[in-house]
Unconditional design. Structure first.
Length: 178
């Protein structure tokens, strides 16, 4: 459940940071508020189920072992190294969020076999695809929409996945407790 909380927070950050022009101001504000509410809902689900899960599972430290650390270390290197390369190549600033979406997406796909759950590969593929779409758009007159496609839609993907899995986990925990 901790991974869902992290995903929800990063999903909300994707939306809050990237919901801006060329979006209408009202739409941008609505998206930001909805993203924050979705992240808060996941946090509430986390608080509701975390104590019971921790007691049943004994902490869950195996999820954050060597494989996880290796993937996250590679992710950090790729994120910051890639952003420097994009800047050196003179790419438009909007491409940065596309790069971030690709790297975060690939990190989910890489974690799927480590965590032995292929559910996280789905949002990973979607994020990588949204990032790739942003790279394509950066070479067109639609470059201003890259933050929406690669940022806001990536955030919505993370939030939707976190809310859905959080809801399912909470319902399952309630069924187990009954």
């Amino acid at each position: 459940m901790t991974g869902l909380l992290v995903g929800a927070v990063f999903g909300a950050v994707f939306v809050v940071v990237n919901a801006h022009a060329p979006l209408n101001g009202v739409v941008a504000t609505f998206l930001r508020v909805a993203a924050c509410l979705a992240a808060a809902a996941v946090a509430a689900m986390w608080f509701t189920t975390a104590r019971g899960r921790r007691a049943r599972e004994g902490g869950g430290g195996a999820m954050f072992g060597r494989g996880y650390l290796a993937v996250v270390a590679a992710e950090v290197l790729l994120l910051f190294g890639g952003l420097r390369v994009l800047a050196a190549w003179g790419r438009p600033e909007q491409v940065n969020v596309a790069w971030i979406a690709v790297v975060v997406g690939v990190h989910f796909v890489a974690l799927a076999p480590i965590w032995r759950t292929w559910d996280i590969a789905v949002p990973g593929v979607l994020l990588a695809g949204l990032g790739a779409a942003g790279f394509v758009m950066a070479g067109t007159a639609a470059v201003g929409w890259v933050p929406f496609v690669s940022g806001v839609l990536s955030g919505v993907t993370l939030l939707a996945g976190a809310v859905a899995v959080g809801w399912r986990t909470m319902a399952s925990a309630a069924g187990t407790a009954a």
